[in-house]
Design a protein around this ligand. Sequence first.
Ligand SMILES: CC(C)(COP(=O)(O)OP(=O)(O)OC[C@H]1O[C@@H](n2cnc3c(N)ncnc32)[C@H](O)[C@@H]1OP(=O)(O)O)[C@@H](O)C(=O)NCCC(=O)NCCS
Length: 308
Amino acid sequence: MLDEAKRAARAALEAWRRAASARRVRHSAPHVTRAGLAADLARLGIAHGDTLFIHSSLKSLGYVEGGAPAVVHALQDAVGPQGTLLLPTYYLPGGTVRATCAMSDYVFDPRRHGTHMGRLPEAFLASAGVRRSIHPTHSVSAWGRHAVHLTEAHHHAPSIFGMDSPWQRFIGCDQAKVLGLGISMGPVTFYHALEDAMGDTFPVRVWEDDTQLLACLDHDGRRWDVPVRPFDSAVAQRRIDHPGRADLRDYFHREFDAAGLRVNGIVGDAASWLIPALAFYAHLGRLAFDDVTIYATAAQLAARPVRQ
Ligand SMILES: CC(C)(COP(=O)(O)OP(=O)(O)OC[C@H]1O[C@@H](n2cnc3c(N)ncnc32)[C@H](O)[C@@H]1OP(=O)(O)O)[C@@H](O)C(=O)NCCC(=O)NCCS
């Protein structure tokens, strides 16, 4: 009873905080609409039939009339009925993969658990026709033509990013592209697909030694034990998404621009980018061969200057 009251109070406080924060954006940022966003996405190079893996910051877009659901609709307009959208709807109740693995009573339930990945993934999860993969830490959601294929086998994959995971299947889709809406090249999960595929030949030891089995329920309430191997926490400290690694983010921005792979543009009010997935993957492989990874030290970056 007390727990329920606490939960209700917390939810009310969060709703109040969100309303105040939305009001601030409404008064301070340029207003953008679904139609305007869809037009900007098309200008960036998104075409009907594309399959997009999207990482986002809602507040970077300006004040969106209709909120996050309007952005979901704009993305659907941009890829059309033959297109596919994929968003990270990861749920990490421990905050990290390692800490989540340590929660002995944790059972992921896609019908009950939301996402910690931001307002757009949250709205996407609540929108019609979305399929969600069964995974205790990295559940992905998809809408559109390839949605079932991309999400149906995640709980059978040997690792988070391994064969049959949404990332490995995404690479095989036509017109697959990674889209950053108002974000840097830091918080991009796609990097891990290559690390997983290269295994021991990847130049950095990214994962801990042991794989754990974490319990999940599927959409019908059946139980699955899904393999998860936590990131090595010391290595993750020097990763591209760590606040202290602006040097690495800057290097990747310049590198992918110089290679002609990153298309840059403005969506709403947000600096955004788009990279074709296959070319992204192949280029990450070439960089890894030169010891440039999302964990590279300053010395490793200096040893391989960006080639203009
Ligand atoms: C962390 C991150 C999500 C923060 O971005 P953000 O814009 O501050 O947060 P969200 O996208 O959740 O948007 C919420 C904010 O939008 C703003 N907002 C609310 N209504 C809005 C509206 N109608 N229009 C525009 N912005 C609005 C509010 O400021 C809100 O902030 P609040 O949480 O304080 O209420 C982003 O920087 C990021 O890293 N995104 C990628 C995440 C990811 O994919 N990770 C996986 C890869 S490892």
